[in-house]
Design a protein around this ligand. Structure first.
Ligand code: AMP
Length: 508
């Protein structure tokens, strides 16, 4: 590297990684408001907060979201969690010496003492014993084969788990429900969680690689239509409290294990008839997952897809009854909806109600919330059969929509800026700042002395409502000057009357 290039490299500025972004004040005030209102509304519906890890075993997502989906096959941030706590086999290690050391390490690290690892350890012991017998027989070929087998199993142990940053929260919530035996609690268990998700998607407006979701799940209990309707009512109430504009709710029922397969076959047969007129993605999906063809946004496919059979006409009687019930329950709650027969989910564990909510000002990425019933997921993850329904709100998009509609919170300035001059005044100022902050006011106390003129200018720039002026005169007389910056009015107060005045004027 040339000297110039080296210098340049040294001065390289770092930037946030593509698809990630910093959220800065005052915008974060809006994020806080959104999250606070979510907490208030969800709590009023009996939900409790769950906080989850940001990474999990890759397999958890592969199983729940589906290994063939784009999210899992292309978009996950996956890395190996190396088993560093295990003794590392030196070159020329002997299986005979190493195996007991490994067993000891398993005992010392309960995390490794899993059924899978115990099975692998038993396999290692088998290979070791084959190896020893081969050595006794002086059978070089057999002993070399046993050694290779031993090393292959050992590698799988040392490789550790593959883990991924979570692309969504539902799988983790279900994992936690099973892990903590929540089926023993009164059902249903209602949980919400707020946090970042990660998908390696192509970034654009409203689509990021680190984005935030507000997620709510109802686990256990029945599949009564009131359950789905109440969940939808909750998210609509939340959006209303926020003043989100142009909110539209689409609903559908995708049937269940009984009736959906027949519809999928019918759809496949109908799609095959027009296969040649569809694009390559849809052509492939006719065979792999015909429901997903209904998701297509391609202009030239819309007319053909529009002519396909609707699932609503092919639901079994129980599912049709359930769907009628959900619609009736929504009407009972005054929730307006639109039926959208193309709103489907491509995975088998989904059943019956699905819904999506769109909002204004978001362009093509206008879905702010997706949800639905997933009665089959818990079993797929090794848990007891458990009915469940939930939704995920895209918080970034929710906030974008609020901002587009001009719903920015006014940047809140300081309540009081303390302009002080002189050492004695400083002592008073430090105390006053402490007392005012304890009373709930936002206070700025400059750490170095400034002329009053400059201090007042600074107070103005920070958007402070009042300036508290503390100089030698004020300290001597015990009468402090408070200036209202918007009007320029000044008034004198003793310390206790100052606090009364601020509290009465509702500056908190
Ligand atoms: P999903 O988990 O894919 O059903 O998404 C639920 C909601 O999360 C969507 O309706 C979006 O609002 C939001 N969302 C999904 N992917 C992204 C992304 N890459 N960037 C921002 N928001 C997203």
């Amino acid at each position: 590297m040339s000297e110039g290039a080296a210098k340049k490299e040294e001065r390289r500025k770092f930037q946030a990684i593509k698809g990630t972004r910093d959220l800065l004040p005052p915008e974060t005030a809006l994020w806080n408001r959104v999250e606070r209102i979510a907490q208030e509304v969800f709590t009023s519906y009996g939900f409790g907060e769950i906080r989850l890890p940001i990474f999990e075993q890759t397999d958890l997502f592969a199983r729940s979201i589906g290994a063939e989906t784009d999210v899992v096959s292309k978009e996950m941030y996956t890395f190996e969690e190396k088993a560093t706590e295990l003794p590392s086999p030196r070159p020329f290690f002997t299986p005979r010496g190493y195996t007991p050391a490994l067993e000891e390490a398993f005992q010392a690290n309960p995390g490794f003492n899993t059924p899978e690892n115990r099975r692998r350890l038993a396999l290692l012991k088998d290979h070791l014993s084959t190896l020893e017998q081969a050595e006794v027989r002086r059978d070089a070929k057999a002993s070399s084969a046993a050694y290779d087998h031993y090393v292959a199993v050992l590698e799988t142990i040392l490789q550790g788990d593959r883990v991924s940053l979570r692309p969504e929260a539902t799988a983790s919530v279900c994992r936690a429900y099973i892990e903590h035996n929540m089926q023993q609690l009164p059902q249903p268990v209602k949980l919400y969680t707020i946090g970042p998700m990660f998908r390696r998607e192509r970034p654009q407006k409203g689509r990021y690689r680190q984005f935030y979701q507000i997620d709510a799940e109802v686990l256990g209990g029945s599949d009564a239509p009131g359950m789905d309707a109440e969940l939808i009512e909750m998210v609509m109430t939340f959006f209303k409290r926020l003043g989100l504009e142009g909110v539209e709710l689409d609903i559908n029922s995708i049937g269940d294990k009984q009736c959906r397969p027949k519809y999928v076959e019918l759809l496949r047969a109908e799609l095959r008839k027009v296969k040649d007129k569809l694009g390559p993605d849809s052509q492939r999906r006719i065979e792999t997952n015909p429901l997903r063809v209904l998701d297509s946004k391609l202009e030239n496919e819309q007319k053909l897809i529009g002519g396909m059979p609707h699932i609503a006409d092919h639901l079994c009687e129980e599912c049709a009854e359930n769907y009628r019930g959900v619609k009736k329950e929504l009407e009972l709650r005054g929730v307006k909806y639109r039926e959208n027969w193309r709103l489907v989910r491509g995975l088998d564990y989904y059943s019956r109600t699905t819904f999506e909510i769109t909002a204004k000002g978001l362009g093509s990425q206008n879905a702010v919330c997706g949800g639905g019933r997933y009665d089959g997921l818990m079993e797929l993850l090794g848990g007891p059969p458990t009915r469940a329904t939930g939704f995920a709100i895209g918080e970034d998009r929710l906030i974008l929509s609020l901002q587009e509609a001009g719903k920015r919170p006014a940047a809140k300035g300081r309540d009081v800026y303390i302009a002080w001059m002189g050492e004695k005044a400083y002592t008073k100022a430090v105390q006053a700042a402490k007392n005012l902050r304890a009373a709930g006011f936002s206070v700025e106390l400059p750490p170095v002395e400034q002329k009053f003129g400059k201090a007042l200018g600074q107070a103005d720039k920070l958007g402070a409502r009042y300036a508290l002026i503390l100089g030698d005169n004020e300290v001597a007389s015990g009468e402090w000057t408070l200036k209202t910056l918007a009007t320029g009015e000044q008034a004198k107060f003793t310390e206790p009357t100052l606090l009364d005045f601020l509290q009465e004027n509702n500056a908190v």
